[in-house]
Design a protein around this ligand. Structure first.
Ligand code: HEC
Length: 160
């Protein structure tokens, strides 16, 4: 009987692993964890980030992270529309630190004097909340974008 339980237990674990693998392939981030700014973000934090994204970012960056229509063309105001956060955009060209700074303090905190419609979330979202939102965004990227962005983040952290 004990043996049977063990075998069944093993099967359950294998089943769970398969479910996780499928969830990752289908872009469902529920079971995933990843590193943001050197910290391991749990599946729970990533799903909290998904909710915060919907509430705070989706109105401009799109419910599916698709960005604003014609996002590469400057607006009449001279400013840029909100780019996608999925792999078709350029969010993954920035290090974890830059993404955090842009979200907390606005684009001008990274590019001095730059005028932009991206609001600063300092005082709106806590640092921990900003980390979860960005971890959620990262969790939607395919491997190539993740690997590229990981290298950029590593190089940035290696700087004095
Ligand atoms: C009111 C509209 C608006 C909201 C809401 C908004 N953004 Fe943005 N965001 C922008 C715009 C516009 C830009 C492009 C800035 C530019 O290039 O001038 C941008 C750019 C960015 C960038 C730089 C992306 C890149 O590819 O260079 C990041 C990161 C970012 N936003 C994160 C967020 C996050 C995270 C949230 C939610 C917490 C959010 N934004 C909410 C309008 C918005």
């Amino acid at each position: 009987m004990k043996r049977l339980t063990l075998v069944l237990g093993g099967a359950a674990v294998a089943g769970l692993a398969a479910v996780i693998a499928v969830a990752q392939q289908s872009g469902d981030t529920q079971e995933e964890s990843l590193v943001f700014l050197g910290e391991l973000m749990s599946p729970k934090e990533i799903s909290a980030g998904r909710k915060l994204y919907a509430e705070n970012c989706a109105s401009c960056h799109g419910v599916k992270l698709e960005g604003q229509a014609d996002w590469k063309r400057r607006l009449d105001s001279g400013k840029m529309p909100a780019p996608p956060h999925d792999e078709t955009g350029h969010t993954w060209h920035h290090s974890d630190q830059d993404l955090f700074t842009i979200t907390k303090s606005g684009v001008s905190a990274v590019v001095a004097g730059y005028d932009s419609d991206m609001p600063a979330f300092d005082g709106v979202l806590s640092d921990a909340e900003i980390r979860t939102v960005l971890a959620y965004i990262k969790s939607t990227w395919p491997d190539r974008q993740r690997e590229y962005q990981e290298k950029i983040t590593k190089n940035e952290r290696a700087k004095p």
